[in-house]
Design a protein around this ligand. Structure first.
Ligand code: PMP
Length: 453
């Protein structure tokens, strides 16, 4: 790869090489890698990242969307310092007040949530949600949508990265990693997003076997669902006794305080949250209908199953859910401070106005340089897709000129716009009008270079 930013990131290259001696691929999560090496950061502030070579970047990755308030928001940093000094420890390992406080905040906000359990990541949240659904229904298959990501464990690493449209067998069940037992591909039903006819047919065919439909209500946080499609999924799952799980790890708190379910006015049975909820610390949460949630109560879970019509393979055990760090007091203090900041009047309106301004600016520049493209998104996340055809499914993105987009992204890195190549743009409240104007100037320089004009 011949990317201009490589010349000014030599220290990153060196540190990456060093890291790779001790860490496989030099990264602690595969998504952090990009060719020829990821940029190593040293500090951050508001909308900006600073790398080890002294370059600064306007950050549009924002830790994959987690930092809705930007880097080092004073409300969050003050809250965690106060919490640390107030409790005199880093963690209790027992119940504490902030757990109840955060659970009540979520229950008050979300009509779909009556009880809450905390986890340490989004993937643990979807894992628990699926286990609850499996126990509740006594069924073993789950249905997921093609291209939807729910974490990096076996059951959901299926058909996340479909390579092409295969109309004969679409949607096909593909395993996205080495090392996944066949059990999971055999017990996963894959559905096509935004395609109601096919989805309804597939669900009908497997309606007695499917415990849960798990979905990102807005795919990847940026491809919006048809309203009628989402409503139909809600109706069909109710009709078949299938638990509907909304994975709002990415969309929760980004599409307004109530996530995509608020935006589309749909009440799922279970919701997985993460990212923004932790204010930049590791977190996840599952919330939902209290009878389902009570299945993991160490005192009451099995009773609900025996008393109700529902069933499980072993009625004598409650559903086990645990985690040494669940409900971590420092994490929850950061999350509560984040929600408090987001509740300030006008914060979402400002965020969305700024996002729309940036999207309109990007589209205008690309039009001027005759590059067929559009921004696709919702709330404060969007993606840049180099096509003027409609984008309704992951394949509509995969069929565009991704190498052109990748090249553009490397030029953007050179201009000091941090976006992980081919990834989405996430905004924060620290991305003010001035930051957006600066971004657009830099963006145009990147496009100029791309087109050789
Ligand atoms: N679900 C969705 C929709 C996500 O975007 C992510 C993270 N990108 C996850 C689950 C997994 O969350 P985590 O990385 O915190 O495990």
């Amino acid at each position: 790869i011949d990317a201009p930013y490589l010349r000014k990131t030599t220290r990153s290259a060196q540190l990456y090489k060093e890291a790779a001696q001790w860490i496989p691929g030099g990264v602690t999560a595969n998504i952090k890698h990009f060719e020829p090496y990821p940029i190593v950061m040293e500090s951050a502030d508001g909308a900006f990242l600073y790398d080890v070579d002294g370059n600064s970047y306007i950050d549009y990755n924002l830790c994959y969307g987690a930092l809705l308030l930007g880097h080092g928001h004073p409300g969050v940093t003050t809250a965690i310092h106060e919490q640390l000094s107030q409790i005199g420890t880093t963690i209790f390992g027992t119940p504490h007040k902030l757990e109840t406080e955060m659970a009540r905040v979520l229950v008050d906000l979300y009509p779909s949530i009556e009880k809450v359990r905390f986890t340490n990541s989004g993937m643990e949240a979807t894992l628990l949600a699926i286990r609850l659904a499996t126990a509740w229904t006594g069924r073993k298959k789950i249905a997921k949508f093609e291209g939807h990501y729910h974490g990096s464990y076996d059951q959901v690493l299926i058909s996340v990265n479909p390579k092409k449209r295969d109309f004969k067998e679409r949607p096909s069940v593909t395993s996205d990693s080495y090392g996944l037992p066949d059990y999971y591909s055999e017990n996963t039903v894959v559905l096509p997003f935004n395609d109601l006819d096919q989805t309804a047919d597939i669900l009908k065919k497997h309606c007695d076997e499917i415990a849960a439909v798990i979905m990102e209500p807005i795919q990847g946080g940026f491809i919006p669902p048809d309203r009628a499609f989402l409503r139909a999924i809600r109706e069909l799952t109710r009709q078949y006794g299938i638990i509907l799980i909304f994975d709002e790890v990415k969309t929760g708190f980004r599409m307004g305080l109530l996530g995509a379910q608020g935006l589309y006015d749909i009440v799922p049975d279970l919701t997985a949250l993460g990212k923004v909820l932790g204010g930049g610390f590791p977190v996840g949460a599952v919330g939902g209908h209290q009878n389902i949630m009570e299945l993991c109560s160490p005192t009451g879970g099995a009773d609900i199953l025996t008393a109700g019509e529902q069933h499980t393979s072993d009625q004598n055990k409650p559903l086990f859910h645990s985690g040494t760090y669940n409900g971590h007091p420092i994490v929850l203090s950061a999350g509560l401070a984040t929600i408090q900041a987001l509740q300030a009047p006008g914060s979402y309106q400002q965020l969305e106005e700024n996002t729309l301004q940036l999207r309109a600016g990007i589209e205008e520049i690309l039009r001027r340089y005759h590059i067929a493209s559009q921004t696709v998104g919702a709330g404060s996340i969007f993606n840049l897709v180099l096509t003027d055809r409609p984008v309704r499914q992951i394949q509509d993105v995969l069929e565009t000129d991704l190498s052109l987009r990748r090249t553009l992204d490397t030029y953007l890195l050179d201009q000091g716009i941090f976006i992980k190549p081919l990834n989405r743009f996430s905004m924060s409240i620290a991305h003010t009008a001035a930051v957006i104007n600066e971004t657009l100037e830099r963006f145009e320089l990147g496009v100029k270079r791309l087109t050789g004009k």
